[in-house]
Design a protein around this ligand. Structure first.
Ligand SMILES: C[S@@+](CC[C@H](N)C(=O)[O-])C[C@H]1O[C@@H](n2cnc3c(N)ncnc32)[C@H](O)[C@@H]1O
Length: 364
């Protein structure tokens, strides 16, 4: 295949070379590659539609999938969240912040569709953040490690798998407890391995911070999805990946920023309580502080969207969020979730989307 430079593609399509490079980074030009410092574009590549034009936003060139299963993952709410994004995203709104990134379902949805100048993500889970950085900076070494573990794991019988899993979990906890400088590829690969093979992709730690989820019963879990990891790595180039509290995002956010908050959900009842993504807890006091931060960003002129559980699923009188977010737009959307620990109690529950701009009314 013949390739042309970004400069030549820019001239051909009537846009700037910088814009062509950005479209390459976002994987919106099919077949582009970067063997050295410069992007190369197939000479027959078509000019991508401009995702900043709202009439073309529904036609992504590439679908980025999260590399983790994550509790509270927004996979099934994506289309409703997609319809609730602020007007002007990728156009007048050029920056995106997701301070509780978790599995990043919304982040990858946005990266697949919008061209943004600056992106900031954070989470308090240090091993999760290490894994994002490994995907961003060392995709090939990560893919190699994951391939090795997949090739070891798949042929084993259930008993052998169980001791292999145990051995990897022990190693993960050993590395987790050690001080680290810079990124750890081994820890990142173990994080993905355990996530793909453990029970329901849960992330739960004991009081000492040790990951303690048992093995799941998947026949052939996909441990290494190399194509997706490469695409994610490209899409994450230039993204600021921060380990820490959501409030550290303050230095990044301005009036050109769209902020999406997906904090740990407020539990609907005792049995649905799930707050152990990391060693930190997130109770009502933390929800109140988050609402104050939300208002602060509103004052700053940022566009802010937040999701949370809807207490009215279990107590029609509970106005916790209505009181906290008085004056903001609150919409109910529908998700299929477990509402208590019994499998049969799974069903459609409403969840809240709260924004400081008008969200269109969703249909059930
Ligand atoms: C509901 S999950 C996010 C789910 C994610 N949006 C997805 O689609 O997978 C909440 C995340 O917030 C993180 N978290 C908890 N407390 C935090 C804090 N104070 N600051 C930043 N992140 C926090 C947790 O580690 C967890 O990954």
């Amino acid at each position: 295949m013949d390739y042309i430079s970004t400069r030549a593609a820019a001239k051909k399509w009537g846009i700037s070379p910088g814009r062509v490079a950005e479209l390459c980074r976002l994987q919106r030009i099919s077949g582009c590659k970067k063997p050295g410092n410069q992007w190369l574009i197939p000479s027959n590549a078509r000019k991508p539609q401009d995702a900043r034009d709202s009439s073309t936003q529904a036609a992504p060139q590439i679908t980025l999938r999260p590399f983790l299963k994550w509790a509270g993952g927004k996979g099934q709410l994506l289309s409703q969240i997609g319809k609730s994004l602020p007007k002007g995203l990728g156009h007048t709104i050029t920056k995106y912040a997701e301070p509780f990134v978790g599995g990043g379902a919304v982040l990858f949805y946005i990266l697949s569709r919008y061209s943004l100048r600056e992106i900031y993500i954070s989470d308090v889970n240090a091993e999760l953040i290490n894994t994002y950085r490994v995907v961003q900076q060392q995709p090939e070494a990560l893919i190699q490690e994951l391939h090795r573990m997949q090739a070891d794991y798949h042929p084993l019988d259930p008993g052998q798998r169980s001791s292999y899993y145990q051995q990897k979990r022990d190693r993960y906890n050993q590395l987790k407890a050690m001080p680290r400088e810079g990124i750890s590829i081994e820890l990142g690969a173990l994080f993905i391995f355990l996530n793909r093979t453990c029970f329901n992709g849960l992330y739960r730690v004991n009081r000492q911070g040790g990951f303690n989820v048992p093995m799941g019963a998947y026949r052939m879990p996909a441990i290494c999805d190399e194509e997706n990891l490469r695409s994610l790595s490209q899409a994450l180039r230039g993204v600021q990946i921060v380990c820490g509290d959501y409030r550290a995002s303050q230095q990044f956010i301005d009036s050109n920023t769209f902020v999406y908050f997906d904090p740990p959900y407020r539990p609907l009842n005792q049995t649905s309580s799930f707050t152990s993504y990391s060693e930190q807890e997130f109770g009502d006091e933390a929800q109140i502080q988050l609402a104050q931060y939300f208002s602060q960003l509103d004052q700053l002129g940022a566009q802010v969207l937040l999701s949370n559980s809807d207490p009215k699923n279990t107590n029609a009188q509970d106005n916790f969020f209505e009181e906290l977010y008085q004056g903001f737009c609150i919409r109910r959307v529908w998700a299929n979730r477990m509402i208590n620990s019994k499998q049969e109690a799974r069903g459609p529950v409403s969840e809240l989307l709260i924004a400081n701009y008008k969200i269109p009314r969703p249909r059930r």
